[in-house]
Every structure is written in C-alpha cells, then in structure tokens.
Design a binder for this molecule. Structure first.
Ligand SMILES: Cc1cc2nc3c(=O)[nH]c(=O)nc-3n(C[C@H](O)[C@H](O)[C@H](O)COP(=O)(O)O)c2cc1C
Length: 193
C-alpha cells in the first residue's frame, strides 16, 4: 500500500516553508525582475482551480506610462481626501514599486457564477504570489480605492460594466520582510462526528 505523504519528507517541508514563509512585502529593492519569471508566475496562476473551467482571470502588465498614470490618479485621490502632503507621500511610495500586475474578473448576471469566478481569481493570485516567493520575489496584493475608480478602468482599458479588479499586485525583491502570526490550527478547526 502506498504510504500517505508525511510532513517529515523534505519535499513537503520545503513546500510548507513556501506557504508559511510568504509575506506581504511593502518595501522592495530596485533590482529588476526578469520578464520571463513574471510570465512563468502568471502561467502558474492559470493552473488555479476554477469551476466549469471558466478561466475567468485576466492579467494586465502596465508599462511605465500606464504606471505613471495610475500613480498620478492615486496621488490625486489621496490629495483630494487627505491633503497634498499625504498625496505626495503616496506618489513617492508607489513610485518605488518595481513590478505591477492587475488581475481582473468578469462580471456575470449569475451572482453565484460571479462569486465562483472571483474565488478562482483569488486562488490564481495566490499561485502567482507563491511562485514568485519561491523565486525570491515578494508581492503585495492591494484593493485600495484607486482599483474601484472609474478613471482607473479608463487607464487600464477595462470596461467596468464587464469586469472588476480582483487586485493590483506589486512585486519585487524584498527590502524588508515583516513577520506575521496565525491563529493555532486547533482554534480554526471544528471536527464533527
Ligand atoms: C483581497 C486582499 C486585499 C488586500 N488588500 C490590501 C490593501 O489594500 N492594503 C494592504 O496593505 N494590504 C492588503 N492585503 C494584504 C493583507 O494585508 C496581508 O495579506 C495581511 O496583512 C497578512 O499578511 P501576509 O500576507 O504577510 O500573511 C490584501 C490581501 C487580500 C487577500
């Protein structure tokens, strides 16, 4: 009989290290990330589970000009809400993000289908982040106000009636890796008879 996989095997330990070790990274080195790696990570993302094999995800890689427009818009939104100083702070911090990816999901008249497509897109994002992490690249998933602004959709060339933004991701080699903790597994599991 085939033995059940054990957490003690090297392969499982290494896999668990990737799952546990991945952290949301906010501060990045300016070292460029190879385009090939980004495409490999997107390809890995597309192997996420998706009901009816709907493959709902779409990935947008904004170039320098598009990134500049997104940063301008974000600074404008923050300036309007919180003043010039914080708007300029936003511009400065976002200008230091080396890699950008936007993930979208189609709207659907069927609410259940849309929810399942969104769930699939979220698992695709996790695949992307884990693949990048294993390659030494950190990422941050953000759903800040800019990702729901009509002007943002205009900049990224997406019809907001047809699709919504699952997340904007920044990625790059980590400058600072924060620590995190999680609730003990026994406290999140219920066993039923
Ligand atoms: C759907 C989603 C949206 C998120 N949006 C933001 C965000 O807008 N700003 C932010 O700082 N972090 C955002 N995060 C990252 C979480 O803050 C982060 O995952 C959490 O702090 C746990 O840290 P870890 O990823 O290192 O485990 C988001 C995460 C998810 C899954």
């Amino acid at each position: 009989m085939k033995k059940a996989p054990s957490y003690e095997t090297r392969e499982l330990r290494e896999f668990a290290e990737v799952l546990h070790g991945r952290r949301t990274i906010d501060q990045f080195l300016q070292t460029p990330i190879p385009d090939g790696l980004v495409y490999e990570a997107i390809e890995a993302a597309t192997w996420a589970p998706n009901h009816y094999v709907s493959e709902p995800w779409r990935f947008i890689l904004p170039g320098k000009e598009t990134v500049r427009r997104i940063i301008d818009l974000s600074a404008e939104i923050v300036t309007a809400a919180k003043g010039t100083e914080l708007g300029e702070h936003k511009r400065r911090t976002w200008s230091e993000k080396p890699g950008w990816l936007i993930v979208t999901c189609p709207h659907c008249d069927d609410a259940l289908r849309e929810r399942e497509d969104y769930a699939a897109c979220c698992t695709a994002v996790q695949n992307f982040m884990l693949y990048m992490w294993k390659a030494g690249v950190g990422s941050k998933w953000t759903t800040g106000p800019v990702t729901r602004d009509a002007r943002f959709f205009d900049i990224i060339g997406v019809n907001p009636e047809a699709a919504f933004v699952v997340g904007m991701l920044w990625f790059g080699y980590p400058k600072v890796t924060p620590t995190q903790s999680r609730t003990a597994v026994n406290d999140v599991v219920t066993e039923l008879p």
